[in-house]
Design a protein around this ligand. Sequence first.
Ligand code: SF4
Ligand code: SF4
Length: 125
Amino acid sequence: MPAAYDCLKCPGYCCSYPQISLTKADVTRLAKHFDLPFDKAEKKFTRSDYGRKWVMRRKKDTHFGKICRFFDTEKRNCTVYTARPSICRSYPNEKRCGYWDFLSWERKHQEDPDYVATTGSGDWP
Ligand code: SF4
Ligand code: SF4
């Protein structure tokens, strides 16, 4: 059954999570993608936080305050799609995406197909 959400029309809520955890295999994949040694990729792309060894570094974003460092904030998409972490591959793990449902509802009621509804999560570290 097709997914009931459209990531290509979404501003990337899931990429604005403060805690995007990576496994060792995820860091290795990114290191290979950028042709970097593991330790360089680890330092450049990740930090230790939330009790996790590797969480994604973030950067500023107009809509959400901060977002994954690999997110293109103009085109609103992932710049490392083929090398993205496993958690990004599996999300949202089911046919529906709660963010998409929220966004669709707001766009309908604002009568604006491009409206970007925010949740205030931009204040997070
Ligand atoms: S929040 Fe949902 S619809 Fe938006 S990019 Fe992520 S998975 Fe796709
Ligand atoms: S790696 Fe790509 S899909 Fe995953 S959070 Fe970052 S921008 Fe989003």
